[in-house]
Design a protein around this ligand. Sequence first.
Ligand SMILES: Cc1ncc(COP(=O)(O)O)c(C=O)c1O
Length: 435
Amino acid sequence: MGAARPFRQAGENGLKEDSNLGHDDVDRRQLLVRTGVALAAAGLTGLDEVAAAPRADAALGWDDVRAQFRVSRSLIHMGGLYLASHPGPVRRAIDRHRRGLDADPVGYLHRNGDRLEADVLRAAGSYLVARPTYIALTDSTTMGLGLLYGGLSLRPGDEVLTTTHDFYATHEALRLAAERAGATVRRVALYRDPARATEDELVGNLARAIGPNTRVVALTWVHSSTGVKLPVWRLVQSLSRRGSLLVCLDGVHGLGVENETVGSLGVDFLVAGCHKWLFGPRGTGLVWGRASAWPAVRPTIPAFSGGSPARDFTPGGFHSFEHRWALAEAFRLHGRIGKGRVAARIHALNRRLKDGLASLSHVTLLTPRSEALSSGIVVFSVDRLSPNAVVSALARRRIVATVTPYTPSHARLAPGLLNTPGEVDRVLAAVRALR
Ligand SMILES: Cc1ncc(COP(=O)(O)O)c(C=O)c1O
């Protein structure tokens, strides 16, 4: 007996398949920059699956945004790079779906599952300016990295190039994949001193590291070890004459912060969790791949829907559906605030924090001051104090900071949409007092 897929086949989930367009990615960065994402999405790029970017609501102030969250008001939350608090629209959607599932699990799923998943994919596609059919849903960045790197068709002798700055999940997923295939993994440093890193240094170091057997380049958009943001477009362009090289990006600390699209990044695969900066439900994530790249990966977990490479790649089985379906609301919230406003606000808060930290003689700032090379993460050390001691001292002042899980480790703050300039100033006062 042939095994039937438990759920959908191509086209059954309300998403048109895209056999004849064959060019999913908007790799015309200049066009996007000059004309704006909405215009590109509306037709100039031929992306007929891309919904027009939602109109930002300029009246939505930062206090309104903060009011969406039930975070404890007695804390200053600078750990949004770690795990999201659910905003109102996400909480309400989760509650709605949970009530439906609890009342009639089978009926609610059958009546709504396809439609709700298609809605999530459309919302994600609109946010990324990508066609929904090239997006796979996952539970986390780590799951996406494991599936992507584990699914690469590597051969003995192939090389995967990554960097010393990447997160454990990238390194470990690559190690496991290379071991199985008889391939090798090489790690290069893109910069020596993060605070003084330059674009030319990053681009030159990566381009020089590519060897004749390099098949895959695995990068992270914003390094959670140092706060360095890679100039992804420039890096990819410096590699663009290298034929079949795949460039894969862990984008978790750029998604929900930076005003970029899959086209303006220019990578082949973008992997991200949605439960950090984006404020998606905990346990959500995605993998986007360009049309020409998807055939390079094989699925690992049996899919419950099929018909396109991204659908085949999407792990099947029953999920925490109420969380997965509520993810659409997180993308919509960002659309309502406006991706440009989000980026400007987070950069302004981080600039304020870095300017303040840089003026303190007992503090060493590791994150670049340049906004082109940094994002929402500020990494620093305090003379004569361990990172744990710094984070504990801040915790006593009701400030949530984290320690970077790297060697060497450092203290880390991540000002985001939950924060105000006044909170940044209170954090600076607390760090000043650590003398
Ligand atoms: C760069 C980077 N990638 C991935 C992760 C893990 O993300 P997730 O929880 O979505 O697996 C982290 C930290 O949590 C990280 O800093």
